[in-house]
Design a protein around this ligand. Structure first.
Ligand code: CMP
Ligand code: FE2
Length: 276
């Protein structure tokens, strides 16, 4: 057994599980640190405030990596402090910018769950680590794939939501798709043998994305700071505002989802930037 499973309940009589995803907060030790002109603590702060207003009856929050930009302990403490204001339990996985040992220590010390497998009556959620040491692209290790196999084999009738930092299908930005999940074909072939619904949810690409490929629904979501311009081969920032994603998982395997954003021009990046 490699899975450590936590029950995932629904607050609703209908049994619908409501989740929110927050991703790519890119926080610094300094609350005034900025990424390409966007002060990431302040933009995350604004997103969390908006989440507090909009969220009703959320059963869990999925934090899908790149929580820190400078890998400092303090950056993770800022994240923890904001999450403490949200009532639902938070679950997390690392992104390429995270320093996993520091992240784990800080989130653990704050009492945030280390669970990576959440089990509801009809759905299971698996949070996978796609960090490839020292690389911007991602890869699922044999250990992570073993967790996936175990989830599929043990709960073959449960609908499956896999959360992972890197995109498993190209989003259509050449500069960004070079930093993809390298062994996405292995993930796809494992998912093909799962007969219930399957959804893969990622961060990393700082944009909304929602497409079905070979029976799997692939979702990506805005960052709480800078946004990347969709369908751009070269690095380009987008005018859309920071945001988060809300997901409703229905007992029959359907999933409805919505991207929420701050008002337009809430945080304007430096559009002359060519990378970071
Ligand atoms: N101009 C660029 N060309 C290619 N990759 C870039 C460029 N600028 C930044 N990156 C990397 O691409 C990554 C995509 O999202 P990340 O937040 O992981 O961090 C980004 C950088 O590591
Ligand atoms: Fe990121």
């Amino acid at each position: 057994m490699t899975l450590s499973t936590l029950p995932l309940g629904s607050h609703a009589a209908s049994g619908v599980i409501e989740l929110s995803q927050i991703t790519d907060t890119h926080l610094f030790a300094s609350i005034d640190g900025d990424l390409l002109g966007v002060p990431t603590w302040h933009s995350c702060r604004a997103v969390v405030n908006a989440m507090k207003e909009e969220m009703t009856g959320c059963d869990g929050i999925l934090a899908t990596g790149d929580l820190s930009q400078d890998q400092s302990a303090l950056s993770y403490r800022h994240f923890v402090a904001m999450m403490a204001e949200l009532a639902p339990p938070v679950f997390w996985l690392p992104g390429n910018h995270d320093e996993a040992p520091v992240m784990q220590a800080e989130l653990d010390a704050a009492g945030i769950s280390q669970a990576k497998h959440l089990l509801g009556e009809h759905w299971q959620v698996l949070l996978l680590d796609s960090q490839a040491q020292g690389e911007t692209c991602g890869r699922l290790s044999d250990g992570q794939l073993a967790m996936l196999d175990e989830a599929i084999d043990t709960y073959p009738h449960h609908h499956l939501l896999v959360a992972v930092h890197h995109q498993a299908v190209p989003v259509g930005c050449a500069w960004l798709d070079q930093h993809n999940l390298r062994n996405a074909d292995v993930l796809q072939s494992r998912l093909e043998r799962h007969c219930a619904s399957k959804v893969v949810l990622c961060g990393h690409v700082h944009q909304g994305f929602d497409e079905v490929r070979q029976g799997v629904r692939y979702l990506a979501s805005p960052s709480t700071c800078i946004q990347f311009k969709p369908l751009s081969d070269e690095f380009a920032l987008d005018h859309t505002a920071p945001g988060w994603r809300q997901l409703s998982l229905y007992p029959d395997g359907r999933l409805s989802t919505r991207v929420w954003r701050l008002p337009p021009d809430a945080f304007v990046p430096d559009f002359s930037a060519r990378g970071y």
